[in-house]
Design a protein. Structure first.
Length: 147
């Protein structure tokens, strides 16, 4: 049985996903899933495919296909690990970082517009509540590692 709180949470989720989808559309050929992979990769820094997959909550084969597309587009790079020639390190390229910066900019524009629609005295309490709420998310779903 859904509660009114559940309805609020689902509305919030749909709002944020909609904002992310519109931002992805403005970037062109990248999907929200590809942008999420780049965002998680940026948050993890140089990392392995296994850690990227775990950070995204997907199977390594799924992450591998995503990385293949990102590397082909020049947004991510695979390089030999400094400690082992048999391992690869995945990183976001400068072009990938520029795309993520634009993506964040598009999303922030919409989110700020929503915040600005609130009465001025409600903005800080809403931001504080959202910060507290986000603090309970698993590490891979938070901050720069989320998307």
């Amino acid at each position: 049985m859904r509660t009114s709180g559940d309805d609020v949470l689902l509305h919030l989720a749909r709002t944020v996903v909609g904002i992310s989808a519109r931002a992805a559309d403005q970037l062109g050929r990248l999907s929200v899933v590809q942008l999420r992979a780049l965002t998680v990769l940026r948050g993890l820094g140089g990392t392995s495919l296994g850690r990227l997959a775990a950070g995204m909550g997907v199977a390594p084969s799924t992450a591998s296909r995503l990385v293949d597309r990102l590397v082909a587009a020049g947004l991510a790079a695979r390089e030999p690990a400094p400690h082992s020639r048999r391992e690869l390190v995945l990183t976001v390229t400068a072009r990938g970082q520029e795309i993520l910066d634009r993506y964040d900019g598009f999303r922030l524009t919409e989110l700020r517009a929503l915040l600005d629609a609130l009465p001025a005295e409600r903005r800080e309490p809403v931001l504080a509540a959202l910060a507290e709420f986000a603090g309970y998310a698993p590490v891979q779903a938070r901050g720069r590692a989320a998307g």
